[in-house]
Design a protein around this ligand. Structure first.
Ligand code: DC
Length: 229
């Protein structure tokens, strides 16, 4: 069967990864969470003291980029690939609110984006891939056969994220999560390079009032139509 490239972009906490993971599983495709890569570089920079609430040492971050090795390792039990930073499994640590609060600053650095975009292009060169992020349909795979742009209201997204974090045992308030969602929206969509924006040929998909099953069915059908026109 013909293999295609599927680009899933959109604001944070729109459920991109849930949809993308399932889509990849059903189609037998590779799934790549590019946000995890930006988060891993951020974690590395935080651990080295290059980025915090007070500062962002861009030069130091750029200089140490060659020492960052990123790898996805498939976990059979979980059914998806986990993020490894220099051979350490950082899947849990990269999802904390502390990393979420710093990641947009690191994701703005052109050299960081260049490094990660190069890796992403390489991962998708044989197609058969579902990649989620912010610039997949615009920068990484401008020729993707299927591009989706997911949206939902900031409150809906903050609610989903808040529940996820509380379920994982993190101590956060809804107000803090909403502020993080709004701050990241603003930074991600106004940064100079590769800002979050909908590709002209992307299908916009607002899932504020849509259950997971319905979303999946619709998106899966979009994919099937591209695979078997
Ligand atoms: O999808 P996420 O929330 O895990 O992404 C974390 C951050 O990384 C997000 O605030 C923006 C950035 N990002 C990006 O700039 N480009 C991508 N392709 C993916 C994520």
């Amino acid at each position: 069967m013909k293999k295609i490239t599927i680009a899933l972009d959109g604001f944070s906490s729109t459920g991109k990864s849930t949809i993308a993971k399932r889509l990849a599983k059903e189609l037998g495709y590779i799934y790549v969470d590019t946000g995890a890569m930006y988060r891993a570089v951020t974690l590395f920079s935080m651990r080295n003291g290059y980025v915090s609430d007070e500062k962002t040492e861009v030069n130091a971050i750029v200089k140490t980029l060659p020492y960052i090795r990123l790898k996805f390792v498939f976990n059979e039990n979980l059914g998806f690939a986990e993020m490894y930073l220099n051979d350490e499994n950082v899947e849990h640590e990269i999802r904390t609110i502390e990393v979420s609060n710093q990641v947009s600053k690191v994701a703005q650095i052109p050299e960081v984006r260049q490094k990660l975009v190069d890796i992403q292009k390489e991962m998708g060169k044989n197609k058969g891939i579902v990649m989620d992020g912010r610039d997949i349909g615009t920068v990484v795979f401008p020729d993707a056969e299927l591009k989706l742009f997911l949206t939902a209201s900031p409150e809906t997204r903050a609610n989903r994220r808040y529940k996820e974090l509380v379920d994982k045992g993190e101590k956060v308030s809804y107000a803090e999560v909403l502020k993080n969602v709004q701050d990241r929206d603003l930074m991600d969509s106004t940064r100079e390079i590769s800002p979050l924006k909908q590709a002209e040929d992307a299908i916009e998909f607002d899932n504020s009032d849509m259950g997971l099953e319905e979303q999946f069915e619709r998106i899966y059908n979009f994919a099937l139509r591209k695979i078997k026109p």
